[in-house]
Design a protein around this ligand. Sequence first.
Ligand code: ZN
Length: 135
Amino acid sequence: MERLNLIQFYQKFGTEEQCQTFLLQNRWADGVTCPKCGKIDVKTYKLANGRIKCASCRNTFTVRTRSIFEASPVPLQKWFLALYLCGSYKKGISSMQLSKYLGITQKTAWFMLQRIRYIFENDSFEMSHSNRLVF
Ligand SMILES: [Zn+2]
């Protein structure tokens, strides 16, 4: 993520929809890839609640499926702000600090920090099959 100031960050990632669009374009720059059948730039249908249906295998998924954000109830807005903060505090941010910034429990913040470390180490939002994280 490019270095933005806080105002620029909020203009770009202020809504859940903006965050979803960013993630979609970042993960699937060559067109949506179905996590199940693996087809690249597959024809999709938009369903409610951000769900996407693959026209090829009829599997439904979201932009979070198989990403580091999978199966997390935390809105992408908070995830992205957490990423921003982690990139801002070069010496690291504690789960206590992060929980206060985001209005989440310290336990949730701790889990997020584990996953964010994974993103920074792998420079990717993708969760690999072989190294699947279980939280
Ligand atoms: Zn498919």
